[in-house]
Design a protein around this ligand. Structure first.
Ligand code: GLC
Length: 733
């Protein structure tokens, strides 16, 4: 009999339910504190996993508690390492702008190594919710609006965290695909609010990334807090059991979101914790994250016959199997013990050298920070550069660095900063001073991010008046982004608008940088500024990366993974619009548009500028009549029309012109990057297997329908940017 069978045979009901119960260290002024009650539960085997504990000493201590229990089943140590542990990378929305799966995998691998060194076994990442509503604060954690892109991120991140074969060798952690599903479609962009959408949209848009995560071998899936058409995800048997486990073959562990099992009562589907526990277990949720619903409700649920002990055993088996796969029964992974010594060093007080990014305390730390700088640079999206005011001219001698985000360090880390600490982050001021030692950089905060207290606007005006250039750093604080941070108005908070207006009234070159976890509705300021960059929350190396771009050491190459609305009134808005019988026509009142606002976003999906200019020409197809087993092969010439080398990203969208259901006007199928010297032209070829043109027919069955398709190729999703050609898919005969 194997180890797991023997354990199951020996376990009491309380010990079995213990393996399905997670306790958490909760935040307080001193950091995260694990309550005495939680520690006691671990020590008697009534809690088999813990949230928010990391660091060599603290994880060793709680693991020792678990080993003291009757059966000594090892503890599963879990934490939200979403975009970095000690080295913090750009928020996922920003990093997706790099459109580079190898980068996404590389940063996840470093995050995994540092998390494993800190004694973490499992991270609650990647977050792969398709997000099309910037009011929702968690868009910051997502890979944006496109299901295929989210699926690519899912696959890359799972491999990065877990390793290619999911072997979890030493410096890897178990990954969690979250939050299944359609969390990003919560009504009115309000976090935790109900979701109601068609089965088609659920499958074609919101489940796609999770299917990719399962294909990548993800160890854990977390159902979302929300209800879908009245059924809470945490109790969604049809989705969790029939589709995820049944059809997709997912045999990993399902961990509820925080107290989500207990919240089934408030969701109106359970009268008490007993019914809540029964519903969640029946749906296939293995671990109850905090809330105590399984511990308090399952014994009675079994007594009342609401669930059978076999369901409990199946859940326990999956949890024990995950612990075995992670090597936890072998008293943690040998590499981790050695590595954790390194972790102690890494927590040493950051050196000044680390702050300005020129070096870190060790070679691995240096490599991690260099990767963080590379990821941050490639996440920056240049939205505007009128009169080529950027890169900053060598003649610039005096810069007025204005705004509440200029000297911010903690905000650069974003809403889920892992074990990252503000002092380790390089602020924009740090970065600019390190990059431009000979330039006089005068910093004035001007106003706070939010609130009315600080008023240095006049001092900011005087400083800017005497400068060669104004770099304006505005946006959100990190706690205005992420979970429980939905915003109904997406302008600049506090008195930042007044500060920005004052700067722009000076008629001097103003470079505006937007630090945020979402597109901000600041069209008026973008209109007036000379240059605008989306600098998101870029992580530990934010300031150095921004300086690399402003000085021209790095040519901005980021492209928007999410549509940037002109106004909140356009939301929800995304490029893959469904067809209408009355497409917007400015010359025809009776068409689908607003009478008081344009229908086009300010910036489309895929948009982003470089310091040079590109054009594309001569779109041609290798063949325009294709069989179902063929590939669509498209070539386009891309030319660098500017005076600097640069990198262009070219996107390929398709549109199924006539199908059994109306298909989105554009669907991203491929993209490619090309570096070009000034004046250089290269042929860029993109290919798409015809099988990827499969759709769900009216009865949601996948089908490849013969007929006419349009292919669009260009630098972003805006119609005016795209070249078009038509091809045909023949019947299967
Ligand atoms: C939070 C989040 C989830 C996170 C979990 C553990 O409420 O919804 O994304 O992984 O709790 O911190």
């Amino acid at each position: 009999m194997g180890r797991i069978d023997s354990l199951l045979a020996a376990m009491t009901l309380e010990e079995k339910i213990g393996q399905l119960t997670m306790v958490a260290a909760l935040p307080d002024a001193a950091g995260f504190v694990l309550a005495e009650e939680a520690r006691a539960a671990i020590a008697i085997g009534h809690a088999g996993s813990v949230l928010n504990v990391w660091g060599e000493a603290r994880t060793r201590e709680v693991r020792t508690l678990a080993r003291q229990s009757r059966l000594g089943i090892p503890l599963l140590v879990t934490y939200d390492v979403l975009h970095g542990q000690r080295t913090v990378f750009p928020i996922p929305l920003a990093e997706t702008a790099a459109f580079d799966p190898s980068l996404w995998e590389a940063t996840a691998q470093v995050a995994a190594r540092e998390a494993a060194e800190d004694g973490v076994d499992l991270t609650y990442a990647p977050m792969i919710d398709v997000s099309r509503d910037p009011r929702w604060g968690r868009i910051a954690e997502s890979p944006g609006e496109d299901p295929r892109l989210c699926a690519q991120v899912a696959f890359a991140k799972v491999r990065g965290y877990q390793g290619a074969g999911g072997a979890f060798d030493g410096d890897r952690v178990a990954a969690t695909a979250k939050h299944l599903a359609a969390y990003g479609a919560s009504i009115a962009g309000r976090d935790y609010a109900a979701v109601d959408l068609s089965e088609r949209t659920l499958h074609e848009v919101y489940l796609a990334p999770f299917k990719a995560a399962v294909a990548a071998g993800v160890a854990v899936i977390m159902p979302a807090f929300v209800s879908l058409a009245g059924v809470p995800m945490t109790a969604h048997t049809r989705l969790l059991r029939d589709i995820v486990r049944g059809q997709w073959g997912f045999d990993g562990v399902l961990i509820s979101d925080f107290q989500a099992v207990a919240e089934l009562v408030a969701q109106g589907v359970a009268a008490d914790l007993v019914e809540a526990a029964a519903l969640a277990l029946t749906a296939g949720v293995d671990i109850d994250m905090v809330g105590g619903a399984y511990a308090q409700g399952l014994p009675q649920a079994l007594e009342r016959g609401l669930v059978e002990i076999d369901l409990v055993d199946q859940a326990v088996r999956r949890v024990l199997l995950l612990k075995e796969r992670l090597g936890l029964f072998d008293d943690a992974r040998p590499k981790r013990e050695v590595a954790s010594a390194g972790a102690a060093r890494a927590h040493a007080a950051p050196t000044q050298a680390m702050k300005d990014g020129s070096s870190a305390s060790s070679a691995p730390e240096r490599a991690s920070r260099n990767l963080a700088r590379e990821a941050a640079r490639r996440s920056i999206v240049l939205l505007k550069n009128a009169k080529d005011v950027l890169p900053l001219r060598p003649s610039v001698q005096r810069i007025a660095l204005i705004g509440p985000l200029a000297d911010a360090r903690r905000d650069m880390l974003g809403p889920w900063a892992g074990a990252g600490v503000a002092d380790d982050a390089v602020s924009i001021l740090d970065g600019l001073r390190a990059a431009m030692p000979g330039v006089d950089i005068v910093h004035v905060k001007g106003v706070d991010v939010i609130g009315e207290e600080l008023d240095e606007i006049d001092r900011a005006r005087r400083t800017a008046r005497d400068a060669d250039a104004v770099v304006l750093c505005v946006g959100e604080s990190t706690d205005m982004s992420g979970e429980a941070a939905s915003r109904a108005r997406l302008g600049l908070p506090g008195r930042q608008q007044a500060l920005a207006d004052t700067m722009l009234d000076l008629r001097k070159p103003v470079i505006m940088m937007l630090s945020s976890g979402r597109p901000l509705m600041v069209a008026d300021l973008i209109e007036r500024a000379d240059a605008v960059l989306a600098t998101w929350f870029l992580g530990s190396e934010a300031g150095n990366a921004i300086a690399d771009v402003l000085t021209g050491r790095f040519d901005p190459s980021g492209r928007l993974p999410v549509t940037w609305p002109l106004d909140i009134g356009q939301v929800p808005i995304h490029y893959a619009q469904a067809p209408t019988g009355r497409p917007p026509d400015p010359d025809n009142r009776y068409t689908s548009k607003y009478i008081d606002l344009a229908v086009e976003p300010l910036f489309p999906f895929g948009y982003g500028l470089s310091y040079t200019r590109f054009s594309h020409h001569d779109l041609r197809l290798r063949a325009s009549a294709l069989s179902p087993t063929d590939e669509l092969v498209v070539t386009v010439n891309v030319r660098n029309d500017g005076a600097r080398e640069g990198e262009q990203t070219i996107f390929l969208f398709t549109h199924d012109v006539v199908a059994s259901v109306g298909r989105p006007l554009r669907e991203l199928k491929a993209y490619a990057k090309v570096r070009l010297a000034p004046g250089e032209t290269k042929a860029v070829t993109l290919s798409v297997p015809v099988s990827q043109l499969t759709v769900l027919d009216a009865s949601l069955k996948p089908v490849l329908e013969p007929g006419e398709f349009d292919v669009y190729v260009g630098p972003d999703a805006r119609s005016q940017s795209l070249s078009k050609a038509r091809f045909r898919v023949r019947g299967s005969r």
